[in-house]
Design a binder for this molecule. Structure first.
Ligand code: NAD
Ligand code: GLY
Length: 349
């Protein structure tokens, strides 16, 4: 098992390894937690892992409740948040009781936001079961729901007490969901870790080491900029154009595929602009292929540009882009809209 400490204001540990779901009860006890636990999960994950988590908690004396939502992004909505809060209140949970997110990023974001707002903050642990949740959404404390006007528009920073990542759960993950997660893994390599890129390209791929490396990077970035005021933007490598692809496709293009397309576009643009060594692109393209991810953007420069102007990260007429400079290296650059247009033009050539 690998343990990584996240040094945020409220510090916590991420544990990554085999057979960890069976140990959730003892892990929570060891943290001094007791009382009630509300497991939030979805209808794909529940038949696979809910009973194990429930049993482990009950064996350690927790009174366990569970709430199963429909799988998919549509569930990350205001109605489900209110339903969860009402359910917690009807179950007479107190703020010292614990919300347990068992699932992918949808469950984690929704459950985390409920934990953040229930009685102004209850206990919260993350049990990520998708690769994306393991390497990204379960760490760092961003919780959210989607509004009619867009994704993640209401949320809170709320760090968990613990993240327990049982890598055995990836055995049941559909292949396309594994690819989605791999896109974020490649992202970490692209913006700051050329050794990770080499490991991903090699045949000695080790999932525990890979997840651990991504979590180490995320933990470092988040500890330096917990509230997303600066350096945390590095985590958005490839994401500006990715968000436009998601928007233009009516959210039909999966996030991981969109990030792959976004990473190619920004890397091409940086190479074309002469600020990035071509090795970065030469490394990225075969990796995307290896992990069944797309590279070509199906939208025009103007479509992408117009959609990028709607990005919620735009501020004061500028947008911060993560530009690669070499394989495994990048910088942050505040661009005005003219520069943004130029970059999209170069990236989609
Ligand atoms: P998801 O939660 O929808 O999970 C993907 C699919 O895999 C779902 O159908 C789910 O039921 C299924 N699944 C999950 N684990 C499984 C398993 N072990 N076996 C079988 N099926 C399994 O999506 P995701 O890709 O995990 O997360 C995407 C969400 O995360 C988005 O809402 C995104 O906005 C959010 N996100 C949040 C952050 C953050 O920092 N909070 C970061 C990145 C993404
Ligand atoms: N997924 C981006 C972040 O956590 O900031």
């Amino acid at each position: 098992m690998t343990e990584i400490n996240v040094k945020t204001k409220k510090p916590y540990t991420v544990k990554i390894g085999n057979g960890l779901l069976q140990k959730i009860g003892e892990e929570l006890k060891a943290l001094g937690l007791d009382g009630k636990a509300l497991i939030v999960t979805d209808d794909n994950v529940a038949p696979l892992y809910l009973a194990t988590v429930k049993e482990s908690l009950e064996n350690k004396g927790f009174e366990v409740f569970s709430c199963v939502i429909a799988h998919g992004e549509e569930s990350k909505n205001a109605q489900n948040l209110i339903n969860l809060l009402n359910f917690a209140a009807e179950s007479t949970m107190s703020r010292t009781d614990t919300f347990v997110a068992l699932g992918g990023g949808v469950v984690g974001d929704l459950c985390g936001f409920a934990a953040a707002t229930y009685m102004r903050g209850a206990g919260f642990v993350q049990l990520p079961t998708s690769l994306l949740a393991a390497v990204d959404s379960s760490v760092g404390g961003k919780t959210a729901i989607d509004l009619e006007a867009g994704k993640n528009l209401a949320g809170a920073f709320y760090q968990p007490e613990l993240v327990l990542c049982d890598i055995d759960t990836f055995a049941t993950l559909p292949k396309n969901e594994f690819s989605n997660g791999m896109s974020e893994v490649i992202k970490y390599g692209m913006f700051c870790d050329s050794e990770l890129l080499d490991a991903l390209a090699s045949d000695s791929f080790n999932i525990e080491k890979t997840v651990a490396r991504c979590v180490e990077i995320k933990a470092r970035v988040v500890a330096d900029d917990e509230f997303d005021k600066g350096e945390r933007a590095f985590l958005n490598f490839g994401h500006t154009i990715a968000h436009t692809v998601e928007l233009l496709s009516g959210y039909k293009t999966p996030h991981g595929s969109a990030v792959a397309i976004g990473m190619v576009a920004i890397t091409k643009a940086a190479v074309e602009a002469g600020i990035c060594e071509s090795e970065a692109l030469i490394c990225l393209l075969p990796l995307l292929k290896k992990y069944s991810l797309p590279e070509a953007c199906p939208y025009s420069v103007d479509e992408v540009y117009k959609a990028a102007l709607k990005d919620k990260k735009n501020a004061h007429g500028k947008i911060t882009l993560v530009l690669p400079t070499a394989k495994g290296e990048s910088i942050l650059k505040k661009c005005d809209y003219h520069e943004l247009h130029k970059i999209i033009e170069l990236g989609l050539k």
